[in-house]
Design a protein around this ligand. Structure first.
Ligand code: AMP
Ligand code: MG
Length: 503
């Protein structure tokens, strides 16, 4: 057993946990667990924008105690709360009930008070917990860099997500398919409560705990529902989670994000993107794209995500039934997805197209476009960006659509679609429409190959690209002339990058 120095709180006053966080739920929810130290910690990525937003000290990255605390090398004595802990949850994985899972490699530091409200902090990869099962509680450098950059890219895109404050690395070994080095990501979110937390207490018949969990989530994150009592409150909670999940799915689909492991234990009740593993942003458009090489059936293929989210919501609804009793209102809350998702999706796509108002033919226009993109595997992000530029420039130039046309092999298909599109777009101020599209259709996304290049350099001890990508991805709608190459098509070798659950 390792004996760790207790953090001198005078050195890390900002790390004092509030007693209003998840840990306040008590021992059934939060199992005290110490981190396991890693040798010779160093910074890999530091998110200064988030540091500042959280009101953390400007010299955070210079503080040796901060480096150690955020690597799990200090036993954080969050004196007003309970210290580091792991939480238990269960879940459905790949459509099957998987039983108990839990924070196998995430350690909670507790919730801290920040200018943007109470925020929970987690160290992902800080060593085994009582829920590690056969895992080692560790995360490797490559997957930690991917999570760091992806969560911040999502934030830059305006998509709800857990955030990442920093990544620290260590020469300590971690065994995967081959031996790699360890890293720890510090994640930040108002809450890390998952559908699986509810499923856990329901499956174990712990109804008091289930109610306490639901009440905590309502009090801390859905205050508008607090005035409701009894079953009405829980139905409303289910309805709100359904709405948030529908909105999130529309945002994923619109930007071409594939999560890769939409198990119920990876679904946030706040409607945040959570647990970045084998995710991928689409390169060439393929509705059937499967980003997770372990997903042999394609359960989590890009086009299936909205349907899977709905299935997952039913698991949450099932878990909440002991609090609700009557099936009808619970079903109604869940079924609101069937309107909320298509409505959100239609709006996202109209925004991408720069269309104002809603017309009957809009959905068909989008479907035909996606079919054309699919047929030629046109790069999804490049297409939308060029379309935005073309619309803006078409105010002056008759050749504005040429660069867009060049993306297609079946040019006649594009031409026919484009004629319909321009008719629908009309001739209002093209410049204004194009400008709005440029704020909707990002120029920069975290393509697999960009992450891979940053990882290769980081493995060689150079973290500059991690930091530069972070800057660019925080502002993905802006021009970054020095990084023009990062907005281009994926190189040939990108298709051979294999991302699996092993991280
Ligand atoms: P994931 O597929 O990453 O969502 O993980 C599913 C479950 O496995 C969660 O309970 C994780 O905490 C756990 N897990 C994943 N990787 C590890 C690991 N290296 N050590 C311990 N637990 C892990
Ligand atoms: Mg997970």
């Amino acid at each position: 057993m390792l004996h760790l120095p207790v953090t001198p709180s005078a050195n890390l006053p900002w790390l004092t946990a509030s007693d209003l966080g998840f840990a306040s739920l008590g021992a059934e929810f939060a199992t005290p667990t110490a981190p396991t130290p890693l040798p010779s910690a160093h910074w890999v990525g530091c998110n200064d924008a988030l540091r500042s937003a959280l009101g953390l000290p400007a010299d955070l990255w210079q503080q040796p105690d901060a480096l150690d605390a955020l690597t799990g090398n200090l036993l954080v004595d969050a004196s007003s709360a309970m210290g580091t802990f792991a939480s238990v949850y269960s879940g459905h994985q790949f459509g099957q009930w998987a039983g108990q899972l839990g924070d196998g490699r995430a350690l909670n530091l507790g919730a801290i008070d920040t200018p943007v409200g109470l925020q929970e902090l987690q160290l992902k990869g800080a060593g085994p917990t009582p829920f590690s099962r056969r895992g080692d509680g560790r995360a490797v450098l490559r997957s930690s860099i991917r999570e760091f950059l992806a969560s911040e890219a999502m934030h830059g895109l305006g998509i709800p997500t857990t955030r990442a404050l920093c990544v620290t690395g260590s020469p300590g070994h971690v065994r995967r398919e081959e031996v790699e080095t360890a890293a720890v990501v510090t994640r930040v979110a108002p809450s890390f409560v998952r559908f699986g937390h509810f499923e856990h207490f329901a499956a174990n018949g712990q109804l008091d705990a289930l109610r306490a969990l639901a009440d905590h989530v309502v009090a801390a994150h859905f205050p508008a529902l607090q005035a409701l009592n009894g079953a009405t409150r829980y139905v409303a909670l289910l309805g709100d989670v359904t709405q948030r999940t529908a909105a999130l799915m529309a945002q994923w689909q619109a930007v071409g994000f594939c999560h890769g492991v939409m198990n119920t234990d990876n679904m946030s009740v706040l409607g945040l993107t959570l647990d970045y593993g084998p995710f991928q942003y689409l390169d060439g458009f393929d509705a059937n794209h499967i980003c997770n090489h372990s997903d042999h059936q394609g359960r989590y293929a890009y086009a299936r995500q909205p349907q899977i989210a709905y299935w997952n919501l039913f698991c949450l609804g099932q878990a909440m039934m002991p609090l609700i009793d009557d099936q009808a209102p619970a079903l109604a809350a869940l079924e609101s997805y069937k309107e909320a998702f298509p409505a959100a999706m239609d709006q996202r796509m109209r925004d991408k197209l720069g269309l104002s108002g809603a017309h009957a033919g809009d959905r068909l226009l989008v479907e035909d476009l996606l079919q054309a993109l699919q047929q030629d595997r046109v790069d999804y992000t490049v297409f939308w960006r060029r379309l935005s530029v073309a619309v803006r420039e078409s105010a002056q130039s008759t050749h504005a659509f040429e660069p867009l046309r060049d993306l297609f092999m079946h040019r006649e298909v594009f031409d026919a679609w484009c004629a319909r599109y321009l008719e629908r777009l009309g001739v209002p101020n093209r410049q204004i429409a194009g400008d709005a599209m440029l704020r909707t259709n990002p120029k920069y996304i975290l393509r697999n190959h960009l992450g891979e290049l940053a990882i290769r350099q980081a493995k060689a001890g150079n973290f500059a690209m991690v930091q530069d990508l972070l800057q660019v991805l925080h502002n993905p709608f802006d021009e970054h002339p020095s990084y023009e190459a990062w907005s281009g098509l994926a190189p040939e070798w990108a298709s051979s990058i294999e991302i699996s659950c092993s991280s």
